[in-house]
Design a protein around this ligand. Structure first.
Ligand code: ARG
Ligand code: ZN
Length: 883
């Protein structure tokens, strides 16, 4: 068996052929769909091979049964073309010709959910990155752009609704109860943006008038039972369209914009031109079934996919190495949109918390890769936190370095210059550079170097001279294939906080620069000397405000200084971060005590005092307060350790929480009641803040199984006011020792919601994240539950993903049973859905972070997986992990 080969950025070549026009006809049937494709082709003059003969036409195609090939109307014999498992090759074609192919595919058997497949009885597609080759023979690469005309023919009763990209131009009846619709998309696009949907769907209709006064029809298509869950997505869509006009000057460009909700979907959603297809979990929302967090996810994903219409579709990617060109930029756009719609500091805190746990872990692990990778085996494996989230941080640094106005000039220039074409990251950066006059050559290293940079910061205060010298040293650790790293351009936003808590004026090189500045660290080590500081008290530096760069910054703060910053820092993000640092210090004490066998250890008084201060201060910003009252997650704590001790982490966090709860019990009760009032539910950030504060208070009370807390949880569950409160209360009861309360609650929840797959996903997650040691049996039991299915990615994530990713003590059991369970699932998914298999395996690939015993157990499971006949997806991940 030959090993899959890597594809390299350095090998890029322009396509040998262009597609001027694509006409598709789908004759739909679940097990045998016939696809007729007519391509108008032209040998690419820019890729001339030097002789008169045209280059061979190499088309991608997988899992297709070829029925016929015609060139300019003439049927070819089978010896006139070359056909193998992955390509159809034709040589000696005229430089301009028309090619017709007919293939038959089996959507019902497509469990990989790439290409055309069947989900809950409807046909749908997912073509990015390389799914179109499972639909027909085609040059499946993003730099081949064509206009598409698509005719869909299907049984009218089963599939009354037939959708594709662009505008409908014709519809009619066919024999045998069949009908058809023809769609035409006037915008040239790569085939990864193609989409088709056929099913028995209903729509939520609305419209939007663009800034130039055009009316756009907005349609959200769902299964009939979900029509009461579309309003929030519709509101989010209209807000996104308006925001993109106001903030980026971008207007929508077709007469119709459609969203379709699909139950089986590998990712969150897909930005197909004019026809976005969504995982139902990222579009459906209703207060009874959907938590606040999921409401916010819907808003963010709807915006993300809509924003792709410019950053991705009008300007697309030359090749898949440039993926972050569209994804990093679009995540940056959706993050800023969500910040504008909600609490900006909370949005930043949430995004950074995720980046620092999950993306930093990826960047330190065996699959670490730069924001623009140099090579890949399977592109589906590169839809990563690094491409998306770190990519967004890199765009954010550009925006912050340029300032709002120059950044907007740069994005205008980028869109104008590259509209209708397939661009590179250089095209984006050169537009930013020209619009601002700034040199980005060193900055480009952010795109080519993997790994999270470290900054070691230190300061010295000279009271006599009135100076504060801040030294910053940067280094980036080696990552696979990259031993040596060069210094990056790192913007460090900072201030110096004086003894009274206010920001001091910063004077550098004799120039007074205000109270907050951005230092640009460009060398391995630099010292900045602030002068003109009066008084005897050493100022406290507040560094990396707003998380101005995706780095780990270390500074030897005393706990008193952290408590001080937590109260006084003028930057909301850094107030939160100071609290996290203080909590980390206290947690480290507890972990050390646990490792010495001292289970009576007491929590640092200074953390307790800081919490008391928070609880007793005026709640000016409830949303931020809820974040500040949340201890660092187990995953974040693990990231800070050189060898992860899962049991110490779990015990320390639990102990800290319980001691805070005991000491501040009455304050938490008061906080609960102060935020408990219920009007009609609305997904506004003010209401969300109250709910998260109330539920944070309740979770402290429940950590000590306080009687009043127990009573409040049960009452909150029974009141069933909205899913945020129901889920919070149910989770706390189920995670408590009171199975006599938790079990019946789970049972009646399942009875009430068995018809709703997205609610049942929550029901699975709540149970498998239970900290108690018997949870593994529960996981096995639930895998047999009728509502569970390995072919549905949401179910796999809700049950297996939540167990392996969030139930750390139980997944890392010392008998290896958690690892074995995950490996068994990965082996089955390798056959059913390779993309999901290669994602769900992640926790096993991080074995190097653990003790020797666990490393051996995890490696043994990886070896067992390696013994299978692996998909390219899994092959790449397993080989990198075991390298
Ligand atoms: N472009 C989509 C989005 O970010 C994601 C597509 C992912 N495709 C995949 N095969 N992983 O909005
Ligand atoms: Zn995207």
């Amino acid at each position: 068996m030959s090993q899959p080969a890597a594809i390299h950025l350095a090998d890029y070549q322009a396509p040998a052929w262009r597609v001027l026009d694509t006409r598709l006809t789908f004759d739909l049937a679940p097990s045998a769909t016939r696809v007729t494709t007519v391509l108008t082709l032209e040998a690419n003059p820019d890729a001339a091979v030097g002789s008169d003969a045209t280059p061979p036409l190499v088309l991608n195609g997988e899992h297709l049964t070829l029925e016929s090939v015609r060139v300019d109307g003439r049927a070819l014999a089978s010896d006139e073309y070359k056909l193998d498992e992955t390509h159809l090759t034709l040589a000696g074609l005229p430089a301009n010709c028309e090619l017709e192919t007919v293939v038959v595919i089996d959507p019902a058997a497509n469990t990989a959910l790439e290409g055309l497949y069947v989900s809950s009885g409807m046909f749908c597609t997912q073509c990015e990155a390389e799914g179109f080759r499972r639909i027909t023979y085609y040059p499946d690469r993003p730099d081949v752009m064509s206009v598409f005309t698509t005719t869909i023919i299907a049984d009218k009763d089963s599939y009354p609704i037939l959708l594709s990209n662009g505008n409908p131009i014709e519809r009619g009846e066919r024999e045998g109860g069949r009908h058809f619709v023809t769609w035409q998309d006037p915008h040239p696009k790569p085939c990864y943006l193609f989409a088709l949907v056929a099913g028995d769907l209903v729509k939520h209709d609305d419209s939007f008038t663009t800034m130039s006064g055009r009316d756009v029809a907005l349609e959200i298509w769902v299964e009939p039972e979900n029509l009461d869950k579309t309003q929030h997505a519709m509101n989010s869509l209209k807000a996104s369209m308006k925001w993109d006009e106001e903030v980026y000057g971008r207007e929508y460009d077709l007469d119709i914009f459609m969203i379709v909700a699909v139950n089986d979907f590998n990712m969150g959603a897909m930005e197909n031109k004019g026809l976005n297809i969504f995982n139902s979990a990222c579009v459906l929302a209703n207060p009874d079934t959907t938590t606040d967090a999921a409401f916010q996810r819907v808003e963010g994903v709807v915006a993300h996919e809509y924003f792709h219409n410019w950053s991705g579709n009008r300007v697309t990617c030359r090749d898949w190495f440039q993926l972050s060109l569209k994804e990093g930029f679009t995540v940056y756009r959706d993050q800023t949109f969500s910040a504008d719609m909600n609490s900006a500091p909370v949005k930043r805190i949430e995004d950074v918390a995720m980046l620092r746990t999950a993306q930093f872990a990826e960047d330190a692990g065996p699959t670490a890769h730069p924001v623009r990778p140099a090579s890949y085996i399977e592109i589906s494996n590169f839809y990563t936190l690094t491409i998306y989230e770190k990519g967004s941080e890199v765009v954010r640094m550009v925006a912050n370095l340029l300032g709002e106005e120059a950044f907007r000039r740069g994005s205008d220039l980028y869109f104008a210059r590259n509209d209708g074409s397939a661009a590179t990251i250089e095209d984006f950066i050169s537009a930013m550079s020209e619009a601002s006059g700034r040199d980005f050559s060193q900055f480009m290293r952010w795109y080519s170097q993997a790994g999270t940079p470290n900054i070691a910061a230190s300061g010295t205060f000279d009271a006599q001279a009135g100076t504060y010298s801040l030294t910053l040293r940067q280094s980036t650790p080696p990552s696979p294939g990259q031993a040596e790293k060069l210094p990056l351009v790192i913007p460090v936003r900072m201030g110096l906080v004086g003894a009274d808590g206010s920001d001091l004026t910063l004077t550098l090189d004799g120039e007074a620069l205000g109270t907050e500045i951005v230092l640009e660290l460009t060398e391995a080590e630099q010292t900045f000397v602030f002068t003109g500081l009066a008084g005897d008290a050493e100022p406290v530096p507040s560094l990396l405000r707003g998380f101005s760069a995706p780095v780990k910054l270390a500074f030897d703060y005393s706990r008193e200084q952290l408590a001080f910053l937590m109260q006084h820092d003028s930057d909301g993000f850094n107030r939160w971060d100071a609290g996290q640092r203080l909590a980390m210090a206290a947690l480290e004490d507890l972990m050390a005590a646990w490792q010495r066998g001292e289970q009576e250890a007491q929590l640092d008084e200074r953390l307790l005092a800081a919490y008391r201060f928070l609880l007793q201060s005026e709640a000016s910003d409830r949303a931020v307060l809820a974040e500040m009252l949340t201890l660092p997650s187990e995953a974040y704590i693990a990231e800070q350790q050189s060898v992860v001790d899962v049991d110490a982490i779990h015990w320390a966090r639990k102990t800290a929480k319980a001691q805070l709860a005991s000491a501040l019990r009455d304050d938490f009760v008061a906080l609960y009641h102060a935020n408990a009032q219920q009007g009609d539910y609305a997904p506004t950030f003010e209401q969300m803040a109250r709910r998260s504060l109330k539920n944070a208070a309740l979770s402290y009370l429940m950590s000590i199984e306080d009687e009043e807390g127990m009573r409040l949880s049960q009452a909150q569950l029974a009141a069933a006011h909205n899913m945020t409160d129901v889920r919070a209360a149910l989770t706390m009861l189920v995670h408590s020792s009171r199975t006599d309360l938790g079990d019946p609650a789970l049972k009646s929840f399942a009875e009430r919601w068995s018809h709703d797959p997205l609610v049942m996903d929550q029901w699975f997650s709540i149970q498998v994240t239970r900290p108690q040691a018997d949870v593994l049996d529960r996981v096995r039991f639930l895998m047999e539950h009728p509502a569970f299915s390995l072919t549905n990615p949401n179910k796999v994530r809700a049950l297996i993903g939540a167990f392996a990713g969030q139930n750390r003590v139980n997944f890392h059991r010392l008998d290896g049973e958690g690892y074995r369970l995950l490996a068994d699932v990965v082996i089955e998914l390798n056959r059913l859905n390779p993309e999901i298999a290669a994602r769900i395996i992640t926790p096993l690939t991080r074995y190097k972070r653990f003790d020797a015993k666990r490393q051996d157990l995890m490696k043994a499971e990886l070896e067992r997986i390696r013994g299978e006949k692996l998909s390219n997806n899994l092959y790449e991940v397993v080989e990198k992990a075991l390298a």
